[in-house]
Design a protein around this ligand. Structure first.
Ligand SMILES: [Zn+2]
Length: 537
């Protein structure tokens, strides 16, 4: 990103005339092109601040490397929240923690898993979030798995065999090579054979679990029954299909540990057990359950000078899973919004409307922080001019949907046409689009019909490589893309905050999904205590 401001505005004129306009339904080409002729000093300052004085990399390094992942109600989340408030205040922005409920607090200690028989190998794995540890003492056990359950009677008989054993509950992948490698290198017949073998084995495994009589789609009752039957603990493995990755979610049990192993080591342990080679695993793990502790959103504000009761909101969830550092989910969105506030405070310190940053907690347990905010701040929902949410990784913003709010499309179009083309040229507008019912925090606002939008990023293999995996770390961030996004988001925020018009909320009339009519998504109440959360029980 080296070109100067005048050059990119010129480029912008061309790019919008050629690329942008066909995507903006109903905007005459001449009108859009004309309004680009004047340069805007605020947009120029935003560009300079974002491109030449970017703070994204140092902010991300402290947040992701030094503080680390930010599980809801963990001490690291609390540290990260204090740091965000201090950081905003160091830029002269008012910021505060806003309590919205309590959650089960948990702190990870060291965990270590070793194969000790028939040979020694330290395995790649860790206890899951909210799992108890072993009090730091080594716990050893053999391996078993429910491989051939035909009916609930078989399951009951199996339960009688699990005492003191580690029970494998996930499907063991026959290959941890990514599909792309099979496609590139395998003989066609061996690729087909592997595919068929994997499908059959997975179906058989799932059939076995489905025959246990489990009443729960996540099998939580099976976890509870294994704990009650005296199993040493449970082993899981969730391979997303890309090299060396594993997803790390939460444990259901609270008395005995649940830990995960990476694809390769899980397969190793399974094969040893399946071939009668009697593997023994030793788990040594520490963790602390902190009971119910208060949970907070971070709210920062640059007050509006003319219309203080109308708001442009910068939105990102700050909590993460904790197998990695929560870099692309959602350190990148959080740091983007912090940097956008910094840029705006420098380039547009006296906005017409109030600019708010909301860094939510509890998103991973069901959008709880942002839902609580909409319940506690109906005035912000009411006065919302625009909300920008970012939560799908580190890539350049390439999608912006009006979320079915057809009335907002002229506003979005008029803001986008003024944004420097270097950062807007990648963006496909989806107008009017469809309202999002979940997935991330904008949905907490869209359900009220408020103009809340998702800034959709280029994937960089987010779904298969970093989303909720232990590879979601600082090195995955793409800083040129994030700088691009900060200038885009700051420009959109300024243009929305400064717009003479309040965003219209007319909803699209006809809505279908998969050829069927659907209703506007209903607002769900925030879950404000972990004991009320189906995801924690
Ligand atoms: Zn996320």
């Amino acid at each position: 990103m080296k070109s100067g401001f005048a050059e990119y505005f010129q480029a912008g004129l061309m790019a919008l005339a050629v690329v942008g306009l066909p995507m903006v339904a109903g905007t005459p080409a001449g009108a859009a092109a004309q309004s680009l002729v004047t340069t805007d000093p605020v947009l120029e300052r935003i560009w300079v601040e974002g491109m030449e004085r970017s703070q994204i990399e140092p902010l991300a390094q402290v947040l992701l490397d030094e503080i680390g992942p930010r599980l809801t109600a963990s001490p690291q989340m609390e540290r990260a929240q204090e740091w965000a408030v201090e950081t905003l205040e160091s830029w002269g922005i008012d910021a505060r923690l806003e309590e919205y409920g309590t959650w089960e607090g948990w702190d990870r200690g060291p965990s270590h898993i070793d194969l000790i028989s028939p040979r020694v190998r330290s395995l790649e794995g860790r206890i899951l979030a909210w799992s108890p540890g072993t009090g730091g003492r080594p716990v050893e056990g053999g391996i078993t798995y429910p491989g051939n359950i035909r009916n609930p009677g078989d399951w009951q008989a199996f339960l009688e065999t699990v005492t003191g054993k580690w029970v494998m509950l996930s499907f063991p992948e026959p290959t941890c090579r990514a599909d792309e490698q099979w496609a590139e290198f395998a003989m066609p017949e061996s690729a087909m054979e592997m595919d068929a073998r994997r499908q059959q084995a997975e179906q058989a495994w799932n059939r076995s679990l489905a025959s246990t009589g489990s009443q729960d789609n996540r099998g939580r009752d099976l976890h509870a029954q294994l704990e009650e039957a005296g199993a040493a603990g449970i082993i899981t493995s969730q391979w997303p299909g890309s090299y060396g990755t594993t997803r790390v979610f939460n444990a259901y049990n609270r008395e005995s540990p649940t830990f995960e192993l990476g694809c390769e080591d899980y397969g190793l342990v399974y094969r040893l057990a399946a071939n009668g080679q009697e593997p023994v695993l030793r788990l040594t793990a520490e963790s602390e359950n902190r009971g119910e502790v208060p949970v907070f959103n971070i709210i920062g504000e640059i007050p509006g000078t003319e219309l203080p009761d109308e708001y442009v909101v910068l939105s990102a969830h700050y909590d993460s899973w904790e197998g990695g550092s929560g870099a692309t989910d959602n350190g990148s969105g959080s740091v983007l919004m912090l940097e956008t506030m910094r840029i705006l405070q420098a380039a547009y310190p006296n906005p017409k409307r109030t600019i708010v940053i909301g860094l939510w907690s509890g998103e991973e347990q069901g959008l709880n922080g942002s839902r609580a905010f909409t319940e506690d701040h109906p005035e912000v929902v009411e006065g919302l001019q625009a909300l920008w949410n970012q939560d799908n990784g580190t890539g350049r913003i390439v999608r912006l949907s009006a979320q079915g709010i057809v009335g907002a499309t002229p506003s979005i179009a008029s803001w986008m046409q003024k944004v420097p083309a270097e950062v807007s040229q990648h963006v496909e507008l989806q107008l009017p689009g469809m309202p999002g019912g979940g997935g991330s925090d904008y949905a907490s606002f869209v359900c009220y019909g408020a103009p809340a939008f998702s800034l959709g990023a280029l994937s960089w293999d987010y779904g298969s490589h970093t989303w909720h995996t232990h590879r979601d770390t600082f090195d995955k961030l793409v800083f040129d893309d994030l700088m691009n996004n900060a200038v885009l988001t700051a420009s959109l925020t300024y243009l929305a905050a400064d717009d003479p018009n309040f965003t219209d909320r007319t909803r699209r009339e006809v809505m279908t999904r998969g050829g069927r009519p659907v209703d506007w998504p209903a607002c769900q109440p925030a879950v404000r205590r972990s004991s009320d959360s189906p995801r924690m029980q």
